[in-house]
Design a protein around this ligand. Structure first.
Ligand SMILES: Cc1cc2nc3c(=O)[nH]c(=O)nc-3n(C[C@H](O)[C@H](O)[C@H](O)COP(=O)(O)O)c2cc1C
Ligand code: SF4
Ligand code: SF4
Length: 263
């Protein structure tokens, strides 16, 4: 059985969670990395005999808007799907409901949903080092349960999963954050950040500068830079980070939901 591992991961924690879950599901895995630019979007048709693992970072309580739009390229046919929302210790708000609804519209049956913790990709002192060992244990247990469920279609064929979140949500309410990474004097102009940016927000001529109107603050340029020349800067950023450290200090634990109960 094939598992389509679809994810978007600027800083790499969503991918780490997706890989952890996928590796425990005991299936042949096909990767679909949505950091690739919109220009190379492919249609992915997944028949009922295969499965989808859909993992997304939480941005402002939803999935990134460029990913929500891209869900229309996924096509299921009563195909089972597992969803994972990866968030930076504030909250995942309506992300799981949104993911479920988007996938159901495309012909998928969401059989399991998880909200997992990771280092905050903008305020990296929040939930630093996560996912940790306990998170990985929870993800492996989740994957084991998903594997069981996939083998027992009679348990979920006509059901709908319930997940936390508001029924009436408005993803357009999130307008992005006012912080965008830029480059410093360590930049050697290699252009790697220009290539990886899913928004085309970094100019080839001057890669130290970022177009704030295009940037979605995904952090991919920070992660890819071999010189560690890109990051968030400024007084406003540092003040916001200090506020988040205080507000999000509590250690939150992964949450997992299933379409049916069984032993
Ligand atoms: C624009 C933006 C908005 C975010 N909003 C939230 C949020 O609403 N709640 C939260 O807990 N974390 C939030 N985060 C943190 C990410 O969900 C978290 O760091 C996630 O692990 C990032 O995944 P990645 O490493 O795959 O990029 C946000 C991050 C970004 C870039
Ligand atoms: S990846 Fe780093 S060193 Fe290369 S152009 Fe971008 S900021 Fe400069
Ligand atoms: S410039 Fe913005 S959108 Fe582009 S990779 Fe960097 S953080 Fe992501």
């Amino acid at each position: 059985m094939v598992l389509h591992n679809v994810y978007f991961s600027g800083k790499g924690t969503t991918k780490a969670c997706a890989d952890c879950i996928a590796s425990e599901m005991g299936m042949e895995v096909k990767e679909h990395d949505w950091l690739t630019p919109a220009a190379v979007q492919e249609k992915i048709q997944i028949p009922a005999g295969e499965a989808l693992l859909f993992s997304m970072p939480v941005y402002g309580g939803f999935i990134p808007h460029i990913c929500a739009e891209r869900v229309s390229t996924l096509e299921g046919n009563h195909t089972p799907a597992v969803i994972a929302a990866v968030y930076g210790n504030r909250h995942y708000d309506d992300a799981l409901v949104q993911m479920r609804d988007l996938l159901e519209k495309q012909g998928f049956i969401v059989i399991a949903a998880g909200a997992f913790l990771a280092e905050h990709s903008i305020f990296t002192t929040v939930a630093a080092g996560r996912p940790d060992e306990d998170d990985r244990t929870a993800m492996k247990e989740f994957a084991g349960r998903c594997r069981d469920l996939l083998a027992r279609r009679e348990l979920w064929e006509d059901k709908k999963i319930q997940v936390p979140g508001k029924a009436s949500y408005d993803p357009s309410a999130f307008k992005g954050v006012p912080f965008h990474p830029d480059g410093d004097e360590k930049c050697v102009g290699c252009g790697k950040c220009v290539q990886v940016c899913p928004q085309g927000a970094i100019s080839r001529e001057n890669p130290r500068e970022t177009d704030g109107a295009l940037c979605i603050s995904c952090g991919a340029c920070i992660a890819v830079c071999p010189e560690k020349a890109r990051d968030y800067h400024g007084e406003a950023y540092l003040a916001a980070r200090a506020g988040f450290e205080e507000k999000c200090a509590q250690y939150r634990k992964p949450e997992m939901y299933y379409i049916a109960e069984w032993e």
